[in-house]
Design a protein around this ligand. Sequence first.
Ligand SMILES: [Zn+2]
Ligand SMILES: [Zn+2]
Length: 143
Amino acid sequence: VPDVLIDRLRERAWRLTPQRRAIAEALAGEHVHLTAEEVLAAAKRVVPEVSLATVYNTLGELVAMDEVAEVRIAGSSSVRYDPNTRQVHHHLVCRGCGLIFDVHPTGVDNLVLARHERFGMRVATVQVTFVGLCSACAESRHP
Ligand SMILES: [Zn+2]
Ligand SMILES: [Zn+2]
């Protein structure tokens, strides 16, 4: 299976209109975690008439197809859209500027939640977020 979202969608014979293509192509590359507004801005550079409603509809469809994941980072109110759904990963976030990297920490598979802390839930996935300060933010705070 190809790693690039647009290629995966082509393989699935997803209906590609110019607007939908521009939205899917906005979610290309590595470490991509865009808000709907950021997807809209990128898509507009290709197809100026694309609307936020179309962006939300398309992203919702891609999430339902499991081709894009919704990511919620603690401390940030906006949902971000992540095209890296083929590889289990976690996130490293800069608390200064919000930069997000996909990371693959060791030990996550061994995380155990004691029965009394599951509160009756069946745990489906584990999402680990590492929070830190990127070098640019660290430098601007301590020049
Ligand atoms: Zn930063
Ligand atoms: Zn990610």
